[in-house]
Design a protein around this ligand. Structure first.
Ligand code: C2G
Length: 463
Protein backbone atom coordinates (compact mmCIF):
# COMPACT_ATOMS: atom_id res chain seq x y z
CA UNK A 1 0.00 0.00 0.00
CA UNK A 2 2.71 2.43 1.08
CA UNK A 3 4.63 1.74 -2.19
CA UNK A 4 1.53 2.51 -4.22
CA UNK A 5 1.05 5.88 -2.48
CA UNK A 6 4.81 6.66 -2.93
CA UNK A 7 4.63 5.86 -6.67
CA UNK A 8 1.50 7.97 -7.10
CA UNK A 9 3.08 10.89 -5.28
CA UNK A 10 6.26 10.75 -7.44
CA UNK A 11 4.13 10.43 -10.56
CA UNK A 12 2.21 13.58 -9.83
CA UNK A 13 4.91 15.75 -8.23
CA UNK A 14 6.58 17.89 -10.90
CA UNK A 15 9.74 19.90 -10.18
CA UNK A 16 9.14 23.32 -11.65
CA UNK A 17 12.13 25.36 -12.86
CA UNK A 18 12.26 28.98 -14.05
CA UNK A 19 14.93 31.01 -15.80
CA UNK A 20 15.05 34.40 -17.52
CA UNK A 21 17.05 36.10 -20.24
CA UNK A 22 17.13 38.36 -23.25
CA UNK A 23 18.23 35.52 -25.55
CA UNK A 24 19.32 38.01 -28.19
CA UNK A 25 21.21 36.72 -31.26
CA UNK A 26 20.50 33.26 -29.91
CA UNK A 27 23.78 31.40 -29.36
CA UNK A 28 25.18 28.20 -27.88
CA UNK A 29 25.51 29.84 -24.46
CA UNK A 30 21.75 30.32 -24.37
CA UNK A 31 21.07 26.85 -25.79
CA UNK A 32 23.29 25.09 -23.24
CA UNK A 33 21.78 27.11 -20.40
CA UNK A 34 18.23 26.15 -21.38
CA UNK A 35 19.20 22.49 -21.86
CA UNK A 36 20.74 22.28 -18.40
CA UNK A 37 17.88 24.27 -16.86
CA UNK A 38 15.44 21.73 -18.23
CA UNK A 39 17.52 18.89 -16.78
CA UNK A 40 17.14 20.40 -13.31
CA UNK A 41 13.45 19.46 -13.15
CA UNK A 42 10.35 18.39 -15.05
CA UNK A 43 8.74 21.63 -16.13
CA UNK A 44 10.72 24.66 -17.37
CA UNK A 45 9.34 28.17 -17.61
CA UNK A 46 11.48 30.68 -19.54
CA UNK A 47 11.00 34.40 -19.01
CA UNK A 48 12.07 36.46 -22.03
CA UNK A 49 12.77 40.13 -21.36
CA UNK A 50 10.85 42.87 -23.13
CA UNK A 51 12.69 45.69 -24.92
CA UNK A 52 11.34 48.10 -22.29
CA UNK A 53 12.61 46.02 -19.38
CA UNK A 54 16.02 45.63 -21.03
CA UNK A 55 16.13 49.39 -21.53
CA UNK A 56 15.19 49.98 -17.90
CA UNK A 57 17.76 47.54 -16.54
CA UNK A 58 20.43 49.11 -18.76
CA UNK A 59 20.94 46.28 -21.25
CA UNK A 60 22.00 47.96 -24.48
CA UNK A 61 22.21 47.00 -28.12
CA UNK A 62 19.48 44.31 -28.19
CA UNK A 63 19.13 43.46 -31.87
CA UNK A 64 16.28 40.91 -32.16
CA UNK A 65 12.65 41.74 -31.49
CA UNK A 66 10.88 40.17 -28.53
CA UNK A 67 8.93 37.92 -30.91
CA UNK A 68 12.12 36.67 -32.57
CA UNK A 69 13.73 36.04 -29.20
CA UNK A 70 10.65 34.12 -27.98
CA UNK A 71 10.62 32.10 -31.22
CA UNK A 72 14.29 31.19 -30.81
CA UNK A 73 13.70 29.98 -27.25
CA UNK A 74 10.66 27.98 -28.42
CA UNK A 75 12.69 26.29 -31.18
CA UNK A 76 14.96 24.68 -28.61
CA UNK A 77 12.06 22.61 -27.35
CA UNK A 78 13.29 22.94 -23.76
CA UNK A 79 10.69 25.44 -22.58
CA UNK A 80 7.40 24.03 -21.38
CA UNK A 81 6.09 27.56 -21.02
CA UNK A 82 7.34 30.95 -22.11
CA UNK A 83 6.44 34.16 -20.29
CA UNK A 84 7.72 37.68 -20.74
CA UNK A 85 9.78 39.51 -18.16
CA UNK A 86 8.80 43.16 -18.14
CA UNK A 87 9.63 44.56 -14.74
CA UNK A 88 12.18 44.41 -11.95
CA UNK A 89 10.80 42.41 -9.03
CA UNK A 90 8.82 40.16 -11.35
CA UNK A 91 11.05 37.14 -10.60
CA UNK A 92 9.97 37.22 -6.98
CA UNK A 93 6.25 37.34 -7.93
CA UNK A 94 6.60 34.64 -10.60
CA UNK A 95 8.14 32.21 -8.13
CA UNK A 96 5.00 32.42 -6.01
CA UNK A 97 2.61 32.55 -8.94
CA UNK A 98 4.04 29.51 -10.77
CA UNK A 99 4.93 27.57 -7.59
CA UNK A 100 8.57 27.38 -8.64
CA UNK A 101 10.97 24.92 -6.98
CA UNK A 102 14.18 26.05 -8.70
CA UNK A 103 15.30 29.43 -10.06
CA UNK A 104 18.32 29.12 -12.32
CA UNK A 105 20.49 31.48 -14.33
CA UNK A 106 24.06 31.52 -15.65
CA UNK A 107 26.98 31.94 -13.26
CA UNK A 108 27.76 35.40 -14.65
CA UNK A 109 24.96 36.38 -12.26
CA UNK A 110 26.30 34.50 -9.25
CA UNK A 111 25.15 36.16 -6.03
CA UNK A 112 22.72 38.53 -7.74
CA UNK A 113 19.67 36.36 -7.07
CA UNK A 114 20.50 34.90 -3.64
CA UNK A 115 17.59 36.92 -2.25
CA UNK A 116 15.29 34.36 -3.92
CA UNK A 117 16.68 31.57 -1.72
CA UNK A 118 13.90 32.19 0.82
CA UNK A 119 11.32 31.21 -1.80
CA UNK A 120 12.97 28.52 -3.92
CA UNK A 121 16.28 26.81 -4.64
CA UNK A 122 18.69 29.08 -6.56
CA UNK A 123 21.15 27.37 -8.90
CA UNK A 124 23.79 29.24 -10.93
CA UNK A 125 24.77 27.15 -13.97
CA UNK A 126 28.30 27.66 -15.28
CA UNK A 127 28.28 30.18 -18.11
CA UNK A 128 29.50 29.03 -21.53
CA UNK A 129 33.01 30.34 -22.04
CA UNK A 130 33.33 29.95 -25.78
CA UNK A 131 30.68 31.40 -28.03
CA UNK A 132 31.64 31.04 -31.66
CA UNK A 133 28.62 32.62 -33.33
CA UNK A 134 24.85 32.74 -33.26
CA UNK A 135 23.10 29.37 -33.57
CA UNK A 136 21.05 30.79 -36.38
CA UNK A 137 23.13 31.08 -39.55
CA UNK A 138 20.48 33.28 -41.06
CA UNK A 139 21.22 36.04 -38.60
CA UNK A 140 23.27 38.82 -40.15
CA UNK A 141 24.51 40.27 -36.88
CA UNK A 142 26.85 37.90 -35.16
CA UNK A 143 28.14 37.69 -31.63
CA UNK A 144 31.40 39.56 -31.33
CA UNK A 145 33.91 37.70 -29.15
CA UNK A 146 35.95 40.21 -27.18
CA UNK A 147 39.33 39.58 -25.56
CA UNK A 148 40.87 41.82 -22.92
CA UNK A 149 44.54 42.77 -22.77
CA UNK A 150 45.37 43.76 -19.21
CA UNK A 151 44.03 42.66 -15.83
CA UNK A 152 43.93 45.92 -13.87
CA UNK A 153 41.11 47.94 -12.30
CA UNK A 154 39.49 49.10 -15.53
CA UNK A 155 39.59 45.56 -16.97
CA UNK A 156 37.69 44.42 -13.85
CA UNK A 157 35.02 47.02 -14.56
CA UNK A 158 34.77 46.11 -18.21
CA UNK A 159 33.32 42.60 -17.83
CA UNK A 160 30.19 43.42 -15.81
CA UNK A 161 29.54 46.29 -18.21
CA UNK A 162 30.06 44.13 -21.32
CA UNK A 163 27.55 41.61 -19.95
CA UNK A 164 24.88 44.30 -20.32
CA UNK A 165 25.63 44.88 -23.97
CA UNK A 166 23.89 42.36 -26.15
CA UNK A 167 25.81 40.83 -29.04
CA UNK A 168 29.17 40.76 -27.31
CA UNK A 169 30.75 37.90 -25.41
CA UNK A 170 33.87 38.53 -23.33
CA UNK A 171 35.81 35.32 -23.79
CA UNK A 172 39.48 35.72 -23.05
CA UNK A 173 42.15 37.68 -21.27
CA UNK A 174 45.82 38.08 -22.11
CA UNK A 175 48.55 39.37 -19.86
CA UNK A 176 52.26 38.63 -20.36
CA UNK A 177 52.30 37.79 -16.64
CA UNK A 178 50.50 34.47 -17.00
CA UNK A 179 49.53 34.20 -13.34
CA UNK A 180 47.72 37.55 -13.47
CA UNK A 181 45.81 36.37 -16.55
CA UNK A 182 44.93 33.11 -14.80
CA UNK A 183 43.70 34.84 -11.64
CA UNK A 184 41.62 37.29 -13.68
CA UNK A 185 40.19 34.49 -15.88
CA UNK A 186 39.16 32.41 -12.89
CA UNK A 187 37.45 35.39 -11.30
CA UNK A 188 35.44 36.18 -14.43
CA UNK A 189 35.02 32.64 -15.84
CA UNK A 190 36.74 33.40 -19.10
CA UNK A 191 39.77 31.84 -20.79
CA UNK A 192 43.31 32.90 -19.91
CA UNK A 193 45.94 33.05 -22.67
CA UNK A 194 49.71 32.93 -22.13
CA UNK A 195 50.34 33.06 -25.85
CA UNK A 196 49.10 36.14 -27.66
CA UNK A 197 48.63 34.20 -30.92
CA UNK A 198 46.18 31.80 -29.24
CA UNK A 199 44.46 34.81 -27.70
CA UNK A 200 43.93 36.53 -31.05
CA UNK A 201 42.78 33.25 -32.64
CA UNK A 202 39.88 33.01 -30.18
CA UNK A 203 38.39 36.50 -30.57
CA UNK A 204 36.99 39.02 -33.07
CA UNK A 205 37.83 42.23 -31.20
CA UNK A 206 40.09 43.36 -28.40
CA UNK A 207 39.74 45.79 -25.51
CA UNK A 208 43.16 47.14 -24.49
CA UNK A 209 43.42 48.08 -20.82
CA UNK A 210 47.16 47.70 -20.31
CA UNK A 211 49.62 50.40 -19.15
CA UNK A 212 49.60 53.53 -21.35
CA UNK A 213 52.95 52.94 -23.05
CA UNK A 214 51.98 49.43 -24.19
CA UNK A 215 48.86 50.59 -26.05
CA UNK A 216 50.63 51.43 -29.31
CA UNK A 217 52.35 48.03 -29.84
CA UNK A 218 49.23 46.13 -28.79
CA UNK A 219 47.01 48.15 -31.14
CA UNK A 220 49.38 47.46 -34.05
CA UNK A 221 49.56 43.76 -33.24
CA UNK A 222 45.77 43.47 -32.90
CA UNK A 223 45.20 45.22 -36.25
CA UNK A 224 47.82 42.96 -37.87
CA UNK A 225 45.74 40.02 -36.59
CA UNK A 226 42.59 41.52 -38.19
CA UNK A 227 41.02 42.41 -34.84
CA UNK A 228 38.87 45.48 -34.13
CA UNK A 229 40.28 47.56 -31.27
CA UNK A 230 38.76 49.50 -28.39
CA UNK A 231 41.70 51.01 -26.51
CA UNK A 232 41.67 52.74 -23.13
CA UNK A 233 42.69 56.37 -22.95
CA UNK A 234 45.15 57.84 -23.55
CA UNK A 235 45.15 55.66 -26.64
CA UNK A 236 48.70 56.61 -27.69
CA UNK A 237 51.13 59.31 -26.57
CA UNK A 238 52.33 60.60 -29.94
CA UNK A 239 50.30 62.21 -32.70
CA UNK A 240 52.21 60.40 -35.45
CA UNK A 241 51.44 57.05 -33.81
CA UNK A 242 47.72 57.92 -33.71
CA UNK A 243 47.71 58.93 -37.37
CA UNK A 244 49.62 55.78 -38.34
CA UNK A 245 47.32 53.32 -36.57
CA UNK A 246 44.12 55.05 -37.66
CA UNK A 247 45.16 54.89 -41.31
CA UNK A 248 46.26 51.26 -40.81
CA UNK A 249 42.87 50.39 -39.29
CA UNK A 250 41.09 52.15 -42.14
CA UNK A 251 43.20 50.29 -44.72
CA UNK A 252 42.27 46.97 -43.07
CA UNK A 253 38.61 47.99 -42.68
CA UNK A 254 38.83 47.53 -38.93
CA UNK A 255 37.29 49.64 -36.17
CA UNK A 256 39.75 51.45 -33.88
CA UNK A 257 38.13 53.48 -31.10
CA UNK A 258 39.61 55.34 -28.12
CA UNK A 259 37.74 54.42 -24.93
CA UNK A 260 37.06 57.72 -23.17
CA UNK A 261 33.75 56.71 -21.62
CA UNK A 262 32.50 60.31 -21.32
CA UNK A 263 32.54 60.71 -25.09
CA UNK A 264 29.93 57.95 -25.48
CA UNK A 265 27.61 58.62 -22.57
CA UNK A 266 24.16 60.06 -23.43
CA UNK A 267 24.34 63.01 -21.03
CA UNK A 268 27.60 64.31 -22.47
CA UNK A 269 26.26 64.10 -26.01
CA UNK A 270 23.20 66.03 -24.81
CA UNK A 271 25.37 68.66 -23.13
CA UNK A 272 27.43 69.15 -26.29
CA UNK A 273 24.22 69.49 -28.28
CA UNK A 274 22.87 72.17 -25.96
CA UNK A 275 26.22 73.98 -25.99
CA UNK A 276 26.24 74.09 -29.79
CA UNK A 277 22.53 74.91 -30.08
CA UNK A 278 23.17 78.65 -29.70
CA UNK A 279 21.12 79.07 -26.51
CA UNK A 280 24.27 80.27 -24.67
CA UNK A 281 25.39 82.24 -27.73
CA UNK A 282 28.90 81.78 -29.07
CA UNK A 283 31.16 79.74 -26.82
CA UNK A 284 34.13 81.79 -25.65
CA UNK A 285 35.51 79.92 -22.63
CA UNK A 286 35.70 76.31 -21.43
CA UNK A 287 37.01 75.22 -18.04
CA UNK A 288 37.20 71.51 -17.24
CA UNK A 289 38.59 70.08 -14.01
CA UNK A 290 38.88 66.50 -12.79
CA UNK A 291 40.92 65.48 -9.74
CA UNK A 292 41.18 62.04 -8.15
CA UNK A 293 43.65 61.53 -5.28
CA UNK A 294 45.67 58.34 -5.79
CA UNK A 295 47.61 56.31 -3.22
CA UNK A 296 51.28 57.32 -2.92
CA UNK A 297 52.38 53.84 -4.12
CA UNK A 298 50.06 53.80 -7.14
CA UNK A 299 51.32 53.65 -10.74
CA UNK A 300 50.03 57.19 -11.25
CA UNK A 301 52.42 58.50 -8.57
CA UNK A 302 55.42 56.21 -9.13
CA UNK A 303 55.81 55.68 -12.89
CA UNK A 304 58.49 58.27 -13.70
CA UNK A 305 57.92 58.10 -17.46
CA UNK A 306 54.17 57.74 -17.89
CA UNK A 307 52.64 58.38 -14.48
CA UNK A 308 51.16 61.65 -13.24
CA UNK A 309 47.92 63.60 -13.57
CA UNK A 310 47.86 64.53 -17.22
CA UNK A 311 48.46 61.08 -18.71
CA UNK A 312 45.88 59.66 -16.28
CA UNK A 313 43.07 62.24 -16.38
CA UNK A 314 44.05 64.64 -19.16
CA UNK A 315 41.94 62.85 -21.77
CA UNK A 316 38.76 63.65 -19.83
CA UNK A 317 39.45 67.36 -19.34
CA UNK A 318 40.66 68.08 -22.88
CA UNK A 319 37.73 66.14 -24.40
CA UNK A 320 35.09 68.94 -24.12
CA UNK A 321 37.66 71.46 -25.38
CA UNK A 322 38.54 69.43 -28.48
CA UNK A 323 34.86 68.59 -29.08
CA UNK A 324 33.69 72.22 -28.85
CA UNK A 325 36.70 74.28 -29.99
CA UNK A 326 38.33 71.71 -32.29
CA UNK A 327 41.96 70.87 -32.91
CA UNK A 328 43.34 74.18 -34.20
CA UNK A 329 44.43 75.96 -31.03
CA UNK A 330 47.00 78.73 -31.54
CA UNK A 331 48.78 78.34 -28.23
CA UNK A 332 49.02 75.62 -25.60
CA UNK A 333 50.70 76.23 -22.26
CA UNK A 334 51.19 73.73 -19.44
CA UNK A 335 51.67 74.60 -15.78
CA UNK A 336 52.32 71.71 -13.39
CA UNK A 337 53.10 71.05 -9.77
CA UNK A 338 55.54 68.11 -9.75
CA UNK A 339 56.40 65.91 -6.80
CA UNK A 340 60.02 65.28 -5.76
CA UNK A 341 60.32 62.59 -8.47
CA UNK A 342 59.24 64.96 -11.21
CA UNK A 343 55.76 63.48 -11.58
CA UNK A 344 52.97 66.03 -12.09
CA UNK A 345 50.52 65.87 -9.19
CA UNK A 346 48.52 68.78 -10.61
CA UNK A 347 48.50 70.11 -14.17
CA UNK A 348 46.68 72.94 -15.92
CA UNK A 349 46.69 73.10 -19.72
CA UNK A 350 45.77 76.52 -21.12
CA UNK A 351 44.60 76.85 -24.71
CA UNK A 352 44.29 79.98 -26.84
CA UNK A 353 41.93 79.56 -29.81
CA UNK A 354 41.09 82.18 -32.46
CA UNK A 355 37.73 82.87 -30.73
CA UNK A 356 38.06 81.28 -27.36
CA UNK A 357 40.15 80.30 -24.38
CA UNK A 358 40.11 77.09 -22.42
CA UNK A 359 41.73 75.44 -19.43
CA UNK A 360 41.97 71.75 -18.70
CA UNK A 361 42.92 71.02 -15.09
CA UNK A 362 43.59 67.64 -13.55
CA UNK A 363 45.26 66.22 -10.46
CA UNK A 364 46.03 62.91 -8.82
CA UNK A 365 47.88 64.55 -5.93
CA UNK A 366 45.83 67.73 -5.42
CA UNK A 367 42.06 67.88 -4.80
CA UNK A 368 39.99 70.58 -6.53
CA UNK A 369 36.42 71.34 -7.62
CA UNK A 370 35.62 68.95 -10.48
CA UNK A 371 33.49 71.10 -12.74
CA UNK A 372 32.83 71.66 -16.42
CA UNK A 373 32.01 75.28 -17.30
CA UNK A 374 31.14 76.41 -20.83
CA UNK A 375 30.79 80.19 -21.11
CA UNK A 376 28.99 81.85 -24.03
CA UNK A 377 27.94 85.31 -25.14
CA UNK A 378 24.35 84.70 -23.91
CA UNK A 379 24.81 82.40 -20.95
CA UNK A 380 26.77 79.46 -19.61
CA UNK A 381 26.52 75.75 -18.94
CA UNK A 382 27.76 74.32 -15.68
CA UNK A 383 28.09 70.64 -14.79
CA UNK A 384 29.38 69.70 -11.36
CA UNK A 385 31.47 66.60 -10.61
CA UNK A 386 31.08 63.90 -11.81
CA UNK A 387 30.44 65.88 -15.00
CA UNK A 388 32.40 63.13 -16.79
CA UNK A 389 29.26 61.01 -16.27
CA UNK A 390 27.05 63.99 -17.17
CA UNK A 391 23.94 62.98 -15.25
CA UNK A 392 23.02 66.62 -14.56
CA UNK A 393 23.86 70.10 -15.84
CA UNK A 394 22.35 73.58 -15.79
CA UNK A 395 22.14 76.48 -18.21
CA UNK A 396 22.36 79.95 -16.63
CA UNK A 397 21.69 83.36 -18.17
CA UNK A 398 22.10 87.03 -17.28
CA UNK A 399 18.67 86.77 -15.65
CA UNK A 400 19.71 84.84 -12.53
CA UNK A 401 16.13 83.69 -12.07
CA UNK A 402 16.24 81.82 -15.37
CA UNK A 403 17.98 78.45 -14.95
CA UNK A 404 17.37 75.48 -17.21
CA UNK A 405 18.07 72.04 -15.76
CA UNK A 406 18.94 68.88 -17.68
CA UNK A 407 19.45 65.36 -16.41
CA UNK A 408 20.28 62.06 -18.06
CA UNK A 409 20.77 58.45 -17.00
CA UNK A 410 24.27 57.10 -16.61
CA UNK A 411 24.09 53.36 -16.15
CA UNK A 412 26.55 51.41 -14.01
CA UNK A 413 30.16 52.21 -14.76
CA UNK A 414 29.28 53.76 -18.08
CA UNK A 415 31.60 51.52 -20.10
CA UNK A 416 28.58 49.86 -21.72
CA UNK A 417 28.01 52.94 -23.88
CA UNK A 418 31.42 52.79 -25.53
CA UNK A 419 31.10 49.00 -25.87
CA UNK A 420 27.69 49.39 -27.51
CA UNK A 421 28.98 52.03 -29.93
CA UNK A 422 32.07 49.91 -30.64
CA UNK A 423 29.80 46.96 -31.45
CA UNK A 424 27.48 49.01 -33.66
CA UNK A 425 30.49 50.21 -35.64
CA UNK A 426 31.79 46.65 -36.02
CA UNK A 427 28.35 45.42 -37.14
CA UNK A 428 28.18 48.36 -39.52
CA UNK A 429 24.80 49.28 -38.06
CA UNK A 430 26.02 52.79 -37.39
CA UNK A 431 28.82 55.02 -38.44
CA UNK A 432 28.72 56.97 -35.23
CA UNK A 433 32.39 57.68 -34.78
CA UNK A 434 31.29 61.31 -34.53
CA UNK A 435 31.28 60.82 -30.73
CA UNK A 436 35.09 60.68 -30.84
CA UNK A 437 36.57 60.94 -34.30
CA UNK A 438 39.97 59.75 -35.49
CA UNK A 439 41.04 63.38 -35.90
CA UNK A 440 40.03 64.22 -32.34
CA UNK A 441 41.85 61.21 -30.90
CA UNK A 442 44.95 62.09 -32.92
CA UNK A 443 44.80 65.70 -31.70
CA UNK A 444 44.55 64.46 -28.11
CA UNK A 445 47.58 62.22 -28.66
CA UNK A 446 49.42 65.30 -29.90
CA UNK A 447 48.51 67.20 -26.73
CA UNK A 448 49.76 64.29 -24.61
CA UNK A 449 53.00 64.28 -26.63
CA UNK A 450 53.50 68.03 -26.12
CA UNK A 451 52.91 67.67 -22.40
CA UNK A 452 55.33 64.77 -21.96
CA UNK A 453 58.05 66.55 -23.92
CA UNK A 454 57.71 69.60 -21.67
CA UNK A 455 57.07 67.93 -18.35
CA UNK A 456 59.33 64.88 -18.46
CA UNK A 457 63.05 65.35 -18.99
CA UNK A 458 63.54 61.87 -20.44
CA UNK A 459 67.27 62.41 -20.87
CA UNK A 460 68.11 61.80 -17.23
CA UNK A 461 65.59 58.94 -16.99
CA UNK A 462 67.83 56.53 -18.82
CA UNK A 463 66.31 53.73 -20.92
N1 C2G B 1 24.54 32.64 -20.67
C1 C2G B 1 25.47 31.62 -20.54
N2 C2G B 1 26.63 31.69 -21.21
C2 C2G B 1 26.90 32.75 -22.01
C3 C2G B 1 25.96 33.79 -22.15
C4 C2G B 1 24.77 33.71 -21.48
O1 C2G B 1 25.23 30.65 -19.80
N3 C2G B 1 28.09 32.79 -22.65
C5 C2G B 1 23.29 32.56 -19.91
C6 C2G B 1 23.10 33.76 -18.99
O2 C2G B 1 23.82 33.60 -17.78
C7 C2G B 1 21.61 33.74 -18.79
C8 C2G B 1 21.07 33.19 -20.12
O3 C2G B 1 22.19 32.59 -20.79
O4 C2G B 1 21.30 32.80 -17.75
C9 C2G B 1 20.53 34.31 -21.00
O5 C2G B 1 21.58 35.26 -21.15
P1 C2G B 1 21.18 36.73 -21.68
O6 C2G B 1 20.26 36.59 -22.80
O7 C2G B 1 22.44 37.52 -21.84
O8 C2G B 1 20.28 37.30 -20.47
P2 C2G B 1 20.84 38.16 -19.24
O9 C2G B 1 21.09 39.57 -19.63
O10 C2G B 1 21.97 37.39 -18.65
O11 C2G B 1 19.56 38.19 -18.26
O12 C2G B 1 16.34 38.90 -15.99
C10 C2G B 1 17.21 38.45 -17.01
C11 C2G B 1 18.32 37.67 -16.33
O13 C2G B 1 18.95 38.58 -15.44
C12 C2G B 1 19.37 37.16 -17.33
Amino acid sequence: MLIAIKQTWEDIYVTRVITYGTFDLFHEGHYRLLRRAKQLGDYLIVGVTTEEYDRKRGKLNVIDSLITRIENVKKTGFADEIIIEEAAGQKFRDIQKYKIDIFTVGSDWVGQFDYLRDYCKVIYLERTKNISSTMLRAQSKRIQRIGIIGTGRIADRFIPEAKLVSGVSTQGVYNPHAESALRFAEKWEINAYKNVEDFYAAIDAVYIASPHETHYPYIKSALEHEKHVLCEKPMVLEKSQAEEIFSYAKQKKLVLLEAIKTAYCPGFANLLGIACSGIIGSIRNIEACFTKLENPGSRELTDLRYGGSFTELGSYVILPIIKLFGKDYEQLLFHSINNKDGIDIFTKASFQYPNGIATATCGVGVKSEGRLLISGTKGYIVAEAPWWKTTYFEVHYEDAEKIEKFSDRFLGDGLRYEISDFLSMINGSSKNDFKLTRGESAAMAGIMETFLKENRNYENMGS
